[in-house]
Structure formats: C-alpha cells, structure tokens
Design a protein. Structure first.
Length: 161
C-alpha cells in the first residue's frame, strides 16, 4: 500500500512539473491572453469614440472632408492597436485562430481608412460600400474569436459609424 502511495505521489509531482514546464514554454492561457489584449482594445475603443465624435453629424451636414479626416485618424489608431495586439504572445492552441483574427482586424483598419479617403473625396457611394465591407470584416473578426468572450475587443457597428 505504501508503495502505491509513493508511486501515485511521484506521478502527481511529475505531472505537475511537466504541466508547469509546458505552460512556461508554451505561452499564456486563453484567459491570460484575453486579460492582456482587453486593455489594448479598451484604450482603442475610447480613442475611436473620441476621434469619431461628431463625424456622423458632419456627414449629414455634407462636411465630408472633415469627417473623412476623422475616419483616417481612427484607422491609424486602430492600426496601432492591432499592431500591439499582434505582438502579444498567443496561446499555442489558439495560434491559428488568433492569426486569422489579426488578419481580419487589419482588414477592418483598411476599410476604415478607405471609407475615410472616400469621404474626403466626396464619394458617398464608395464610402457606403467601404462601410459595408468594414462591418462585414468586423463580424468575421468577431466570429473567429467568439469563444474568447471578448468585451472591448468585440467589434460593433456603432464603434465606427
């Protein structure tokens, strides 16, 4: 009986050592990853709200160049945040999923910038198309990481329009 306990204890200790080594070498857990990227997304959400304040009214008042400049600034801020997110170490099990998510975030930034450029040029039709693509890319990004249960990293239509 004593031998069984010693063997069991040895197996438990060995398992804990292996798990801790694998964890240390393998990157963060999903919860740790979420805890690292949510503050980046929160800061970007607040910055986007500040940058885009009044843009909708400017579009209604046909001050398209001014609204376009706001969209372009928001795209730059979003791109900076996306770069920061891309630099965060990822859980190995979610590497492919998170790589795809970052690709979608870069698409969101691209369409945000294109919409701003179209607004600056006074092309409302092109702006509409780019905003639709922006929303679609945002939805695709959300779908990829749905099971992460992000709050601030979740892209909503109201965030940019």
């Amino acid at each position: 009986m004593r031998r069984v306990r010693r063997t069991s204890a040895s197996i438990i200790v060995a398992t804990l050592v292996v798990v801790s080594i694998a964890h240390a070498a393998g990157g963060p857990t999903r919860a740790e990853y979420v805890a690292q990227v949510e503050p980046i997304c929160e800061a970007n959400t607040l910055a986007s709200q500040r940058i885009l304040a009044g843009a909708r009214d400017k579009v209604r008042q046909k001050k398209l160049a001014s609204a376009g400049a706001q969209f372009i600034r928001a795209a730059a801020a979003f791109g900076k945040a996306t770069g920061e997110i891309a630099a965060v170490p990822r859980p190995p099990a979610d590497e492919l999923k998170l790589t795809k998510w970052v690709e979608h975030l870069r698409l969101v930034q691209s369409y945000l910038r294109k919409a701003g450029g179209a607004l600056k040029n006074g092309n409302r039709n092109s702006t509409t198309i780019d905003v639709i693509k922006l929303r679609s890319a945002g939805n695709a990004a959300n779908n990829v990481v749905y099971d992460f249960e992000f709050h601030y990293c979740r892209i909503t239509a109201s965030r940019f329009t």
